[in-house]
Design a binder for this molecule. Structure first.
Ligand code: GLN
Length: 514
């Protein structure tokens, strides 16, 4: 397909299909973040999980949800193509989110402290999580890769296309953290989780109805193979059937933290070996070095997201327990603070995109941007350290957490949209889907590490509320100080390495930032 046929139908200077992907991903992230914002409270308040077990469960779920896209990306590259993979993922997601709407009975605690939980409801919950894991696995990386496929190599609009797409992600997250949290807290968990499912249903409809605009992009490269039969079943259906069955495996895994940790290590090592093997056997020197640059950058994202993803565990609980959340007579829900991240992205993404272009030849290369991201995420925790230190014996003023989200968002904008775009340019065309999966696999490891880090500040609670404000404050202070130094330290290391990485990128980087 030539570039001309894409350019004919544009909207805001971009292929119209970008907006189909924008709205599909907006709804997908609406469901994803709406559910995630409620999760820690649902576990600690409704099912009376301790902080530690709540954090670890979220860690296992979030790790799996971001790890499976590496398989989803591989299957799309090799067999299904991006479009079919996205439709299948969307269906799994609708089912998973609707399953979340079943809440069962609340856990009870006897006078002796014994907790009785609704085990059936919990199993339904774990199974719903596993459907979401499979759904995100097929959708998340592939929709990003499909954005990249809308632009030819060298098309200058690619980066701004990704910036717009990233705004769609955050519009979904912004609406979700306001609407689903509000519904969940005011009317009950099932309303919040149910709204997430309805959102995903709209996403699926959007994608299916916009098929024509894709103009054949994202189709399978081997349609005849999909039509062929194995074991009497069409290969395409066999892939779907096996994927549905894999939900049974994730259902068990999500309940076993250690198994997730070993699987992550294996997946990370296997992906790394495959990248090295592919580089040696299939690529010339330039392509190999570009892939190497991308791999180094991806490794550093693990640290960024491990710090950033405190948002849904330790920061969410911190907001709930330690933050003064009253404005005049109104109390803001803890989970709603998460919407600041998305709001800042929506406001600042165009500013950053403009800034990169405006800086012209002074525009920092991708490795420098990533190091800035690490410094900024570290500084974000510095804001909370300061806030806690200035709070005396009382609660912490909300401005400090808002400043944290501001700094974290600036960091995210130096790393995430730039990184997605980099993946589609630095990886060889045949393995874009897989490398996009590896990008998210790095996030998966971060999510897992994030939950372990969050436990540094676990506060002993029996009913979801912190017993002693000042003790709890100290425990968060230790965590945030540690994260502050980690961000700054790794930021400096990456900055020192950036000239080497720049060389390995062979100028693709220049194109990236224009
Ligand atoms: N917030 C972004 C999204 O949901 C990035 C997530 C990630 O890569 N860790 O797509």
């Amino acid at each position: 397909m030539t570039n001309d046929s894409v350019n004919k139908e544009e909207f805001f200077g971009h292929p119209k299909a970008l907006f189909i992907l924008f709205f599909t991903e907006m709804w997908e992230r609406f469901s994803f973040y709406g559910m995630k914002a409620l999760l820690i409270f649902y576990l600690t308040r409704y099912h009376l999980f301790t902080d530690v077990s709540g954090n670890l469960l979220i860690g296992s779920y979030a790790a799996l949800v971001y790890a499976v896209p590496v398989i989803g990306g591989f299957i799309a590259d090799r067999y299904l193509g991006f479009r079919k993979a996205i439709v299948f993922g969307g269906i799994m997601l609708v089912l998973g989110h609707l399953g979340m709407a079943y809440e069962g009975n609340a856990a009870t605690q006897s006078v002796t402290g014994e907790i009785t939980r609704d085990d059936v409801a919990l199993q339904v919950f774990y199974f719903s999580l596993s459907l979401i894991i499979v759904g995100v696995g097929f959708l998340k990386a592939n929709i990003s890769s499909l954005v990249g496929e809308l632009y030819q190599v060298g098309d200058k609009r690619r980066d701004s296309g990704f910036t717009l797409f990233y705004m769609g992600i955050n519009l979904g997250s912004f609406l979700a953290t306001l609407i689903c949290v509000w519904l969940g807290e005011k009317y009950g968990w099932s309303y919040g989780f149910g709204a997430a499912g309805v959102g995903m249903f709209f996403g699926l409809l959007t994608f299916i109805s916009g098929r024509k605009l894709l103009k054949g992009k994202g189709e399978s490269k081997v349609p005849e193979l999909l039509e062929k039969k194995s074991f009497g079943i069409k290969n395409e259906w066999l892939i779907y059937a096996l994927s549905v069955l894999s939900a049974l495996v994730f259902w068990q895994m999500v309940q076993r933290h250690e198994v997730v940790s070993y699987s992550l290590m294996i997946a990370g090592a296997a992906s790394f070996i495959y990248i090295v093997y592919y580089s040696i056997t299939q690529l010339d020197k330039k392509a190999r070095e570009q892939l190497m640059a991308l791999t180094i950058l991806i490794i550093f994202t693990v640290i960024f997201w491990a710090l950033f993803e405190q948002a849904y565990t330790s920061l969410n609980l911190f907001a709930d327990r330690i933050l003064d959340r009253t404005i005049f007579d109104h109390t803001v829900s803890a989970g709603q603070f998460l919407s600041f991240n998305a709001l800042f992205i929506i406001l600042l993404a165009p500013v950053f995109a403009w800034l990169w272009v405006k800086l012209g030849k002074y525009n920092p290369n991708t490795a420098v941007k990533f190091s800035m991201a690490l410094l900024l995420v570290g500084l974000g925790f510095g804001s909370l350290v300061l806030g806690i230190s200035l709070s005396g014996l009382g609660k912490v003023a909300m401005i400090w957490l808002i400043l944290t989200y501001f700094l974290h968002t600036c960091g995210e904008l130096c790393l995430s949209p730039v990184g997605l775009s980099a993946v589609t340019k630095l990886s060889p065309a045949k393995i874009v889907g897989f490398m996009m999966g590896v990008w998210f696999l790095a996030t998966a490891s971060s999510e897992f590490i994030a939950s372990i880090l969050a436990n540094i500040a676990s506060v002993d609670t029996s009913n979801g509320t912190a017993p002693d404000l000042n003790l709890a404050k100290q425990s968060y202070l230790v965590l945030f100080e540690y994260l502050f130094y980690t961000g700054i330290g790794f930021g400096i290391v990456l900055f020192a390495l950036s000239p080497i990485i720049k060389k390995l990128m062979h100028g693709v980087d220049k194109e990236l930032n224009n």
